[in-house]
Design a protein around this ligand. Structure first.
Ligand code: NDP
Length: 425
């Protein structure tokens, strides 16, 4: 029997004991989990400016993820109820169908140098192209350890863009293999170092010198194939559910208002994993939304279709600038703990896992939406949230939530009145 079976029915202490055994957690790691502020105030004080405390979030484990024939327990940090449960049930359905297949490209981040007031754009492009080797050398000298690790600045691309005032901007992209790091700081150092040489070559002025978050040279792609039988519910056939899921995708593809919500659901999963792994979720958000708008219209991040055998096919490709080292990863104890729990060993593997979570989250949401709707599944968790909002103490939450659900009075006033009644007894 799997130690994680019915994990949701266990107490907090039981869950931590199961995890400690599974992930071979040290006493110190177990202590992080048992305390609400795994990050120390001392560390927090050095992480950002004007620190006054620590903001904490629940850390949950989602079950059943199978990616490239490997099973994962996936840590997720977030405040929204239902996401972890949806993740586990979506992953179970996909795992029963053979799991997710994933690939990731080599990871090249982009540093941008914007050159303005260039007198002769064509000549400038020629000079940059002819001096590519020297320019890459200068960039690599700015952060030599990256090259020693097998990465570094690997390519230069020159682009132009026209402003509304019909001025032509010359933009140089420096492509950097940042290995296991996200690389924002490394790339920023490189482009700042490179800018004076580009000014000299082009007779222009280097204005912006910074990473682009649209990292379309560092993508991960995941897909799944689901048999119609496994989609059937008590009321609907699997073919019906499959076709409605495809119709829901078609709606998101046709309508930006739906696409925004379709993608928000995907980011529910993605952000929660990115946070648990101590990564920069704003960078992942920016990359993902820009990527699906790159044709000029905003599109859904996933695609759902059926193959010639009638199986439901789900696909997702996103830029995934996640890191295994650097940033706050070595500082926040939960970040390294998440790597250990999920048994992830590289940034590329993490990129695929994050995308796999996004695809799973989307399947779970679409299946619920086209069948029973999401409110039924959300009810009990919503009731708990309401109970807490109304001031219920830990030992009162369950009773208040049960009352709210049974009486169908899902509001804070009703919860407050019930708490008062409970306390009078
Ligand atoms: P760091 O500045 O932490 O650099 C990565 C560190 O990891 C380096 O010190 C590097 O060592 C070390 N390292 C150890 N092993 C490896 C390895 N195998 N591969 C690569 N590096 C290794 O972080 P990044 O440059 O990655 O920048 C990420 C941070 O920048 C995030 O916190 C992000 O929030 C922030 N940021 C984001 C921006 C954006 O998204 N637009 C803009 C600015 C900052 P060594 O020095 O020896 O190479």
């Amino acid at each position: 029997m799997n130690a994680f079976d019915k994990f949701y029915k266990k107490t907090l202490e039981e869950r931590r004991a199961i995890l400690a055994e599974y992930a071979d957690l040290t006493e110190e790691e177990q202590a992080f989990l048992a305390s609400t502020g795994a990050l120390s105030l001392e560390k927090a004080n050095h992480m950002i400016e004007n620190t006054i405390g620590i903001y904490s979030l629940p850390l949950g484990l989602s079950m059943n993820m199978r990616l490239n024939d490997k099973n994962y327990i996936v840590p997720m940090a977030m405040e929204e109820p239902s996401v972890v449960a949806a993740q586990s049930s979506g992953a179970k359905l996909i795992a029963q169908n053979g799991g997710i297949k994933g690939t990731a490209t080599d990871r090249q981040m982009i540093g941008q140098i914007e050159l303005i007031a260039v007198p002769d754009i064509q000549l400038a492009i020629e000079k940059i192209t002819n001096n590519q080797e020297k320019l890459l050398l200068i960039a690599n000298e700015a952060h030599p350890s990256l090259k020693r690790r097998g990465g570094g600045a690997v390519n230069l691309r020159v682009r132009t863009a026209n402003t509304t005032q019909e001025e032509t901007l010359l933009i140089v992209h420096l492509l950097v293999d940042t290995r296991e790091a996200m690389g924002a700081n490394m790339v920023n150092t490189m482009v700042e170092t490179l800018a004076p040489e580009l000014e000299r070559l082009t007779d222009g002025i280097a204005n912006m010198r910074i990473l682009s978050n649209l990292v379309d040279d560092a993508t991960a792609t995941v897909s799944c194939r689901i048999s119609p039988e496994s989609l059937a519910t008590k009321e609907q056939t699997g073919e019906w559910v499959r076709d409605r899921i495809i119709a829901a995708y078609t709606f998101a593809d046709a309508d930006i208002y739906r696409a925004a919500t379709h993608n928000k659901g995907i980011m529910n999963g993605i952000d929660a994993v990115v946070m648990a792994f101590g990564n920069d979720w704003r960078a992942v958000e920016a990359a993902s939304h820009a990527y699906v708008a790159r044709t000029g219209s905003y599109k859904p991040m996933t695609k759902w279709s059926k193959d010639e055998n009638g199986f439901l096919i789900g696909e997702l490709t996103l830029p995934m600038p996640v890191a295994f080292v650097g940033g706050s990863i070595g500082v926040h104890p939960i970040a390294t703990l998440s790597q250990k729990i999920a048994r992830v060993e590289s940034a590329k593997e993490l990129a695929m896992l994050v995308c796999a979570v996004g695809l799973t989250q989307n399947l779970a949401a679409l299946k619920a939406l086209v069948t029973e709707g999401i409110q039924r599944g959300h009810m009990s968790l919503q009731a708990k949230s309401l109970a807490m909002t109304a001031g219920a103490e830990a030992e009162e939450i369950e009773a208040v939530a049960t009352f709210l659900q049974e009486s169908k009075q899902m509001n804070v006033l009703a919860a407050k009145a019930y708490i008062e009644k409970l306390r009078q007894n």
